[in-house]
Design a protein around this ligand. Structure first.
Ligand SMILES: Cc1cc2nc3c(=O)[nH]c(=O)nc-3n(C[C@H](O)[C@H](O)[C@H](O)COP(=O)(O)O)c2cc1C
Length: 220
């Protein structure tokens, strides 16, 4: 870090590159945005992007202050996109007040991003239970350990609680904590961005229009 009078070694303003992977054309679009999303997600996996299912999840608090954090997408279909989290977390509390949510998949290694807007609804206990028990046992125990987003004094608090609960749940199933759950984001719009040469990027937005989707090209 430098103050204004010094030139930093790495000038962020000089960080730029050309996007030359080829564009996104109308003929490449699918009728349903989830089909194109799936195609891009597969390509993100093939390209070995770390955490291809990681999405930046934006919510707002009761004062309109936006917050973002990375969360893993765990399921998607025509009913929406699903993620799991602690129900006492900041994001879950914010969603209680305001269901509006934005998800962003930062696949910039492929010169791409996908932005989803929608509303988040709590998953049923049955759905949560099914997913919870499909997780590795240590992850299930970790869910019990962390009162996510609460303030803690040291890491040791977590580690000793983890060991204590590992002992406790050595035999049998780990029960689902009442404070752990998931959300389904019903999709209102999906925007696909593909970097193009000379900053002439391609953007297409799908917006729900009854049972079908209205598609528009956006200026980059
Ligand atoms: C790669 C990655 C994956 C993550 N996946 C999840 C997830 O699936 N669920 C979750 O609650 N937090 C996940 N987190 C942690 C969140 O980013 C965040 O720290 C946490 O959910 C608390 O957020 P909040 O205080 O805004 O509610 C992940 C973080 C990273 C970097």
């Amino acid at each position: 870090m430098t103050d204004n009078s010094e030139k930093s070694e790495f000038d962020v303003a000089d960080s730029r590159r050309e996007y030359v992977r080829g564009g996104l054309r109308r003929r490449d679009l699918t009728e349903n945005p989830l089909d194109l999303f799936e195609h891009w997600l597969k390509q993100a996996c093939e390209a070995k992007i770390p955490d291809p299912t990681a999405m930046c999840v934006a919510t707002v608090d009761e004062h309109g202050q936006p917050y973002q954090r990375i969360v893993l997408l765990k399921h998607y279909d025509n009913q929406g996109m699903v993620f799991y989290t602690n129900l006492g977390s900041r994001k879950a509390k914010q969603l209680e007040h305001n269901q509006h949510i934005s998800l962003l998949f930062p696949w910039h290694m492929l010169d791409r991003q996908v932005i989803v807007l929608g509303k988040a609804e709590r998953l049923s206990m049955v759905d949560v239970m099914k997913y919870f028990h499909s997780r590795p046992k240590d992850s299930q125990i970790a869910a019990w350990v962390s009162q996510q987003s609460s303030r803690i004094s040291t890491r040791g608090v977590l580690e000793s609680k983890f060991l204590e609960l590992k002992q406790k749940f050595m035999q049998g199933e780990v029960p689902l904590p009442s404070f752990w759950g998931g959300f389904r984001v019903t999709i209102q719009s999906v925007e696909f961005w593909q970097g193009g040469e000379n900053r002439l990027h391609d953007r297409f937005i799908y917006q729900r229009d009854g049972q079908s989707w209205k598609i528009d090209r956006l200026a980059p």
